[in-house]
Structure formats: structure tokens, C-alpha cells
Design a protein around this ligand. Structure first.
Ligand code: BJW
Ligand code: ZN
Length: 259
């Protein structure tokens, strides 16, 4: 075990309350592409062409094609050892909240898998950017349970709201849109209440989510970062564990005495 890992394990063992902020990197080993970096989704698609309300208003068919493709891809993926280690942590004795920027639902699936016949709710994530497998109306914001199957062959066949006939869209947060206020304030509250923040697989570039760990720091807590590369948050972290989260999180979090 490296000295960094030993130090990180001691910090976890001593923590009274933990918040975890995850990003796309935690799902990379499940086969979900990240946004930025090698193989990232933005390499082939410009975000302003796909992940903004303006893009949807201009060309809903292209936006729906991208989301249908991603829904299909995510449906084939399963939680990895990183998601499962976090779910076990949150179901354990130290009060822990998982805050995720991911829309892929893999933390939720890991919570159910790790809980088995017990209550999964302590391991259910606070999803600050929404969920890809739900739709909402772009006009009246009514949510539809489950994802509509979308025929992207023509503009005319795109799904519409049963209440107001507005265009349905994926229930995710695009650039320039406000995050759900109650969800955002819950994320910052649990970060302020925590004495340890574990930041996993995020480039920490997208606001306001990237500031969640700063709330823990400002209330006197400590950061541990897990990422394959350094990020703007690395300088603030007590320990940076460099490597894939699917390997490092079980080593960090799974039972065994802290060294
Ligand atoms: C591994 C790994 C492995 C790989 N193991 N690690 C303040 C300053 C500047 C700008 C702003 C600001 N406040 C707001 C803004 C504007 C904007 C913003 O932040 N822009 C920046 C890019 C400059 N923010 C917004 O627009 C937000 N809205 C807002 O603030 O509204 C204000 C408002 C108020 C009132 C009225 C109206 C408006 C909304 C942001 C929404 C972000 N949406 C997306 C798309 C979601 C839907 C979808 O999925 O399609 O969310 S963008 C995308 O980025 C997605 C992600 O959740 C988010 C973060 O990305 P993440 O998770 O960090 O992924 P990557 O790919 O960037 O990084 C992966 C990391 O993993 C890397 O570090 C790898 O090294 C690592 N990794 N493999 C461990 N195996
Ligand atoms: Zn509607």
C-alpha cells in the first residue's frame, strides 16, 4: 500500500460525516464515456450544439439522436467496483451522502445491489444534473415517469407532453440552466456538514457542482481526490490518489483496520 493510500484510509476511518462528489470518471470503467479528455463525448460533439436549451430549440432531432444513443449505451452498462464501494460506505456506520453530477443512474443501481434486501436509501445519490432515463416537458416542465422511446427519424415524430403538447426532453441540466434549487441546496448543506469530502472522477470544471468540495473545506473539513489525473481541486486536497476509481475506491474504503 502506498503512503498516500495509507493516509487516505486513516482520514476515512477518522471521519465523522462524509460527502462524496462524483463525476463522469467514476463510470468510465463501466463503459460510459466521459465528457472531457481522451475519448470524451465533447471530442466529437460540441456541447453548445447539444447540451443547451438553445440547441434543443434549434435542432431537437439532433439533440434527441444524441440522447437516444447515450441511453442505449448506458442501458448496456453496469455499476463497477467503485460505485459499489461507495454504496457500501454509505450503507455503513459513518453517515455519508453521495452527490453526483452523473445522469447515468449507476449509483442508484449500485445502492440497490449493495443493499440487497435492506434499505438502499442511505446510498441513493443526490443527482444535481438530473437523470438521463426520465423525460420532462420543455414548456410546462411536467416530468414523465421513465424514458419515452424516441423515434428520431423525423421532427414530427419526436415525443410530446400529454398535458400541453410541448416537446418532451431528457430530464437533465444543460449549460445555462439553473440546477434544481432544493437539490443544489441539499448538496451544499451535506458538504458543509461533512468533515471529509471524497472527490471522484470529475474534472471539477463545471459550476456550481465543482464548488461543492469547497463548502466542506470552508467549514474546516478535508478533501481526498481520486482521479487518473490532477485537476483544479488537487491543490486543495489533503491526498490525491492517482489511478482508476474502480481499483482505488475498494482499496480505500473496504473493511480492514486503517494502517
Ligand atoms: C477518471 C477515470 C477513472 C476518467 N477513474 N477518474 C462560474 C464560473 C464559470 C462558468 C460558470 C459559473 N457558473 C456557471 C457557469 C456556466 C456553466 C459552467 O460551469 N461552465 C464551465 C464549463 C465554464 N454552468 C452552467 O451552465 C450550470 N448552470 C448554471 O450555473 O446556471 C446558473 C443559472 C442560475 C439561474 C438561472 C439560470 C442559470 C449548468 C451546468 C450543467 C452541466 N451539464 C452537463 C450535461 C448534463 C446532461 C448530459 O449528461 O447530457 O453535465 S455538462 C457535463 O459536465 C455533465 C457533467 O455532469 C459535467 C461535469 O463533467 P465531469 O463529470 O467532471 O466529467 P469530465 O468528463 O469533465 O471529467 C471526467 C474526469 O474523470 C476527468 O478528470 C478524468 O481525468 C477523470 N477520469 N477516467 C477516475 N477511471
Ligand atoms: Zn407540458
Amino acid at each position: 500500500m502506498t503512503e498516500e493510500m495509507a493516509q487516505a484510509r486513516r482520514l476515512v476511518a477518522q471521519a465523522g460525516r462524509i460527502v462524496v462528489l462524483t463525476g463522469a470518471g467514476i463510470s468510465a470503467e463501466s463503459g460510459v464515456p466521459t465528457f472531457r479528455g481522451a475519448g470524451g463525448l465533447w471530442k466529437s460533439h460540441r456541447p453548445e450544439e447539444l447540451a443547451t436549451p438553445e440547441a434543443f430549440a434549434r435542432d431537437p432531432q439532433t439533440v434527441w439522436e444524441w440522447y437516444s444513443w447515450r441511453r442505449g449505451l448506458i442501458a448496456e452498462c453496469a455499476p463497477n467496483h467503485g460505485h459499489l464501494a461507495l454504496a457500501r460506505l454509505a450503507l455503513g456506520d459513518t453517515p455519508t451522502t453521495i452527490v453526483t453530477q452523473n445522469v447515468d443512474g449507476l449509483h442508484t443501481r449500485a445502492a440497490h445491489e449493495a443493499a440487497g434486501d435492506t434499505d438502499p436509501s442511505p446510498a441513493l445519490p443526490v443527482e444535481v444534473h438530473g437523470a438521463i432515463d426520465r423525460d420532462k416537458c420543455s414548456l410546462c416542465a411536467v416530468r414523465t415517469p421513465g424514458a419515452t422511446s424516441v423515434d428520431t427519424s423525423s421532427h414530427a415524430s419526436l415525443p410530446r407532453c400529454a398535458t400541453c403538447n410541448g416537446m418532451l426532453r431528457p430530464d437533465v441540466v444543460w449549460f445555462g440552466e439553473a440546477l434544481e434549487p432544493e437539490i443544489l441546496s441539499r448538496a451544499f448543506q451535506v458538504a458543509r456538514d461533512a468533515d471529509l469530502c471524497l472527490v471522484v472522477g470529475t474534472s471539477a470544471l463545471v459550476q456550481p457542482a465543482a464548488s461543492v468540495p469547497l463548502a466542506t473545506l470552508q467549514s474546516g473539513g478535508t478533501l481526498i481526490e481520486v482521479n487518473i489525473e490532477l485537476t483544479p481541486l488537487s491543490a486543495e486536497a489533503e491526498v490525491s490518489l492517482l489511478g482508476p476509481s474502480g481499483e482505488l475506491l475498494p482499496e480505500l474504503l473496504d473493511a480492514g483496520p486503517a494502517p
